[in-house]
Design a protein around this ligand. Structure first.
Ligand SMILES: [Zn+2]
Length: 179
């Protein structure tokens, strides 16, 4: 699969430009994250209008529809992780096997228009979540099960790479048509 399992460490994207999509999360200012998230979601809505949205370019590569559903779920999961970091002290995030989720949830059988609505809503929710956090609380900590420690600030920058990176995967170089 082109998708990297959640267990593989992508935290290096916090420190240097991504060689695949070119996005540099190390230079992102926290306050830009909500806008970047909503802008990416708008481009995903364009992608979901493709007539061949459910076609895999290769059997081992997700279709744009599958990537879209994945991005929707990433937004939802980071909303949950963010809420945990605010409510609990140093919570450990539950593992998420995104490839297994894609199969179990039958991403490629979902209705593209419904995914577009859900992705927009999920992106808006996570964007609002990040936007609503005072500077003083952005150093609150959450832990991945592999021990990697995020602050709210680094989680935001780590998160926002994902919807942008996957636009590259479906052939839309950032900043995309809605940029
Ligand atoms: Zn990338």
């Amino acid at each position: 699969m082109a998708i990297t399992p959640d267990g593989k460490d992508w935290t290096w994207v916090l420190d240097r430009p991504c060689p695949e999509c070119g996005f540099d999360a190390s230079t992102v200012v926290y306050d830009e994250v909500p806008t970047l998230t909503r802008r990416a979601a708008a481009v995903w809505s364009d992608v979901l209008r493709r007539t061949d949205v459910a076609t895999r370019p290769d059997p081992s590569v997700w279709s744009p529809l599958e990537y879209s559903a994945h991005v929707r779920d990433v937004c939802r999961i980071f909303t949950i992780r963010l809420a945990l970091m605010l409510s609990d002290d140093e919570p450990v995030f539950a593992d998420w096997d995104q490839d297994a989720t894609a199969v179990r949830a039958r991403y490629n059988h979902e209705d593209p228009a419904a995914v577009a609505v859900a992705l927009t809503d999920a992106a808006d929710a996570v964007a609002s979540g990040f936007a609503g956090i005072d500077v003083a609380r952005r150093d609150r900590v959450g832990l991945r099960s592999d021990g990697h420690s995020f602050t709210v600030e680094s989680l935001a920058r780590y998160f926002v790479h994902d919807p942008i990176h996957h636009l590259h995967d479906v052939g839309v170089p950032w900043p995309g048509r809605a940029g």
